[in-house]
Design a protein. Structure first.
Length: 413
């Protein structure tokens, strides 16, 4: 291991453990319309007020009968029809059947539906051409969801997979946690806001822009405090103001070891730092701590490092604070690399990669190319992280590596 460069650094696993140890979910809730509930987090269990389906109904287009009354050969006369929304309201006469369509309520006296492909029509009625079983093709009331059942537990993020389900129950109001308030700012005399001409030595503040995009996807209420110059008094006042307004404060830059990196010094005055400097690459200078009331995350100044540490560390913290109990990190799995990968032992390395399938239909991964922490264009090409173990060195094409697919925060499509 390269001890000269890893002394005092903590692992990603320990950082996540420390980061999630004390923060608690929001307590404040609000009741909102189902139409406004996309990406919100449930603050109560969603309990079904009805059975789904609400009545026994046909799973097929076909013919409904009483199973016990079919003798195996005598045609059954058709005495009526049942459609979804237009049920057969009478009891089924003995020895007869009805024409029934998918979704139609099962009438009294019917317990079995035979699909129309397995029937033959004669002048005397319907004959069933294949063996039938009692209750065939009948959907029972509550078969999908029983009345009183917990449909979605507290802490569920609501999206296109959950909201139509809630709508099918007739629920139009939901109790959710309020949106997390996140104050965001960047530090550095060299930074210029997007849209303003650059002066000598300046670069555009892309980090704050990227962080805002991810916070929007996480449905946070963003308080944008802009770019703060390398002035310790002004930076300290910004932290004081942000602490009053937000549940979480995120800064970008100023957590390294340069002469103008004041963030760590100010945090020591206003709060406490839980950890600083990680054994990961990119993203070593990441700080986490607590101000008097708000939590704090200090992202590195390099764009790739800022995006990576937000993804791997801030994302699970926001999930915890927002009450998103169902959040889970992306699953990692092993594939072969078709690229040589540069790496030195000492830090867990997250390289940007492209997962694809070869001619044999097998998954493989390739590098996006140069992995410098300033090469943000690599994210626009990548769809995964290649996660190289802390003690691992160079990797040759054909070796097996671990990959982690991007979730919706970083997906380009």
């Amino acid at each position: 291991m390269d001890h000269c460069h890893t002394a005092g650094l903590i692992s990603l696993e320990l950082a996540l453990e420390k980061l999630l140890e004390h923060p608690q979910p929001l307590h404040e809730t609000e009741t909102i319309s189902l139409n406004d509930a996309a990406d919100r987090i449930t603050a109560t269990d969603i309990i079904s007020p009805i059975n789904v389906p609400p009545f026994n109904n046909s799973a097929m287009d076909g013919y409904g009968l009483c199973f016990e009354q079919w003798d195996g050969h005598t045609p059954m006369p058709i005495v009526g029809k049942a459609f979804a929304g237009a049920p057969f309201l009478s009891s089924l006469p003995a020895g007869s059947c009805i024409r029934i369509m998918t979704g139609a309520p099962i009438p009294t006296g019917v317990d079995t539906v035979v699909m129309q492909e397995n029937t033959e029509q004669t002048e005397q009625g319907i004959i069933f051409t294949k063996p039938i079983r009692k209750n065939d093709n009948v959907r029972m009331a509550g078969e999908d969801i029983a009345q009183g059942a917990i449909v979605l537990p507290v802490g569920t993020r609501l999206s296109t997979a959950q909201l139509p389900l809630i709508a099918s129950l007739g629920i139009d109001k939901l109790t959710v946690y309020r949106r997390l308030k996140v104050a965001v700012f960047s530090t550095g005399d060299e930074l210029q806001s997007i849209g303003v001409p650059l002066q000598d030595g300046q670069i555009y503040d892309t980090n704050r822009f990227a962080v805002r995009l991810m916070l929007d996807k996480l449905n946070c209420e963003v308080i944008d405090l802009g770019v703060i110059p390398d002035n310790p008094d002004q930076l300290k006042q910004t932290f004081i103001n942000a602490n009053k307004m937000a549940d979480l404060v995120i800064s970008s830059g100023g957590v390294s070891v340069g002469e103008a990196d004041y963030t760590k010094l100010i945090l020591d005055q206003l709060g406490e730092i839980g950890f600083w400097k990680l054994a990961i690459k990119p993203g070593k200078p990441f700080a986490f701590g607590k101000l008097s009331s708000a939590w704090f995350c200090g992202l590195p100044g390099n764009p790739v490092s800022a995006a990576l540490t937000f993804y791997q560390l801030v994302q699970p913290l926001i999930a915890r604070l927002s009450g998103h109990a169902q959040w889970r990190p992306a699953i990692r799995f092993k594939v072969k690399t078709v690229s040589d990968l540069k790496k030195s032992p000492g830090r867990l390395d997250f390289q940007r990669g492209i997962i694809s399938t070869n001619e044999q239909g097998e998954l493989q991964v390739a590098t996006t190319g140069h992995q410098g922490s300033h090469i943000f264009s690599s994210f626009s090409q990548a769809n995964c992280f290649i996660v190289l173990e802390r003690e691992r060195g160079r990797v040759s094409a054909g070796e097996t590596v671990e990959v982690e697919m991007f979730n919706y925060l970083l997906k380009s499509e």
